[in-house]
Design a protein around this ligand. Sequence first.
Ligand SMILES: [Zn+2]
Length: 85
Amino acid sequence: MTKRRPICVCGPVSYFADDVHTTCGCGAPIVHRPYVSAEAIKVCIGCAANYTALHRMLGRPVRYRLPERAALEAATYLAKPKGSA
Ligand SMILES: [Zn+2]
């Protein structure tokens, strides 16, 4: 059985100085955190939506998770007063 590679859904906007800037397979610019595993397929939000729709159409389960490290970074970022570094 072939192990499926994880998919990392990436946005187009960078929020951290050490973000990794790359390109989705469709050509859209995307940004992800540096600790995302090398084996993960990085995709833009549009491609992730298409992938999800395809899997639902085929009756396959689609699971999403937010890694704890990413959740903590997001919470810390959102808790900072606007305009602070
Ligand atoms: Zn894409």
